[in-house]
Write a protein that binds this ligand. Structure first.
Ligand code: MN
Length: 261
């Protein structure tokens, strides 16, 4: 291959014929963090403290210290995040093949269903109906579930915790089995705080987006936004986590390239 493709790509981006869409929520102290039952250890929220801001502590520079759990805000789930993926040598943030951080995306619009039913579950039936319209999900794709859940800017409405656990849409077990086994996807992404449905603790197996995706050495993306700006097919996603040694995931900036023609 010549350099023509990349040259053309760079030109199209500069001319905004190819648009860069930000799929990332702003990371801030109020960013909602997943809540586990009290028996388990909890992830820390995002915190930020100023080191200096053009003042006595640093007259010409501004910078902050930050801290948070790996799974905070818009973030990447690596295969070793789950016990089912713990033995993948190439399954940590620092060992994943970087080629897999750039991949096409299929966006399944479930926004109407999620508006009607906060516990909406995506099944293989929905995926096959989507494929009938848009074609077969290509091998190595991200499959992203659009729910418009990211438009819930109030953290408690975003987590939507009820007495029986969170009421949040997500995939059922068969959907995760289908996408890993039948479609060989790169990973699974959602707008909610985690990749699994709110009630996925009661599924068999529990938390299939974690258990099955990571068990098959696939990735997760959580707390995405702006999925309503993506076409059903044709976008290319850049999603590279921080290179944390043996990291289980990290906050990241997720960008999509979208052809405007
Ligand atoms: Mn996570």
């Amino acid at each position: 291959m010549t350099t023509a493709v990349l040259e053309k790509l760079a030109k199209q981006i500069a001319k905004r014929k190819i648009r860069v869409v930000d799929l990332t929520q702003t990371l801030k102290p109020s960013t909602a963090v997943i809540q586990l039952p009290p028996a388990f250890a909890q992830s820390s929220p995002f915190s930020i403290s100023q080191i200096s801001r053009y003042d006595d502590k640093g007259p010409a520079w501004y910078w902050n210290n930050i801290s948070c759990g790996e799974h905070t805000g818009t973030h990447f789930d690596a295969p070793i995040h789950w016990v089912s993926g713990k033995d993948y040598q190439d399954g940590a943030t620092d060992t994943i093949d970087v080629q897999r951080f750039v991949a096409p995306a299929c966006v399944i619009d479930c926004s109407k269903e999620a508006a009607k039913d906060e516990k909406f579950l995506l099944t293989p039936k929905h995926i096959l109906a989507w494929e009938k319209k848009h074609g077969k999900i290509p091998k190595g794709s991200w499959v992203l579930m659009r729910t418009d859940w990211s438009k819930r800017t109030d953290p408690s409405a975003f987590l939507n915790m009820k007495e029986d656990g969170p009421h949040v849409p997500g995939p059922n077990v068969d959907a995760m089995r289908f996408l890993t086994q039948e479609r060989d996807v790169n990973g699974w992404g959602v707008e909610a705080v985690g990749t699994d449905a709110g009630q996925a603790h009661s599924f068999e197996p529990a938390f299939p987006a974690h258990n099955l995706m990571h068990g098959a050495n696939r990735f997760g993306l959580a707390s995405l936004c702006n999925l309503d700006q993506l076409p059903a097919t044709g976008a290319v996603i850049f999603a590279a986590p921080l290179k944390i040694e043996q990291g289980s995931g990290s906050p990241l900036r997720v960008l999509a390239l979208v052809d405007e023609r």
